[in-house]
Write a protein that binds this ligand. Structure first.
Ligand SMILES: [Zn+2]
Length: 155
């Protein structure tokens, strides 16, 4: 009986480690998705937002909230609003403060693609974490239950 318990516990630890690994991967994917989205939107704090979202998922929600307001810039000279990826104001031509962060069209396309790819990977790994956790707990309690039931015959 003790060897059976030991093997169940060993398997349980292995499964838990696997689940930790998948959930760590999901945090990394979320951080990468946020980083690429921020680069795509010419956000000057892309690295900070990526790291914060990787370590604390809640930062990704905060990022989503402030993100919509960063799609457009207001020209400092003529108050005209224009897209954040435009190199200068279309009305008066004042260079955008984002001008150094705007990538080449290929880079922009790459950031856009990676943002989507990492978002999909994040959703898949979160779903895997939830499914695997539920499966492990059902399996674990079933094994314990079976062991308890079979040991009753010995008492
Ligand atoms: Zn202007």
């Amino acid at each position: 009986m003790p060897s059976q318990l030991a093997s169940v516990l060993t398997l349980f630890v292995i499964y838990m480690l696997l689940i930790c690994l998948i959930s760590t991967a999901s945090a990394v994917f979320l951080g990468l998705s946020v980083y690429n989205d921020a680069r795509y939107r010419c956000n000057g704090n892309a690295v900070m937002w990526g790291l914060l979202s990787g370590f604390f998922g809640i930062a990704a929600i905060i990022y989503l909230c402030i993100r919509s307001s960063e799609k457009h810039l207001t020209c400092l000279r003529c108050r005209q609003t224009y897209p954040s990826d435009s190199p200068c104001c279309p009305v008066c031509g004042l260079p955008s403060p984002n001008v150094s962060r705007i990538g080449t069209p290929q880079q922009m396309e790459q950031w856009k693609k990676r943002r989507k790819l990492f978002l999909i990977l994040f959703i898949v790994s979160i779903a895997l974490t939830v499914i695997a956790s539920a499966a492990v707990f059902v399996w674990y309690f079933n094994s314990i239950l079976r062991m308890v039931e079979s040991s009753q015959y010995y008492f």
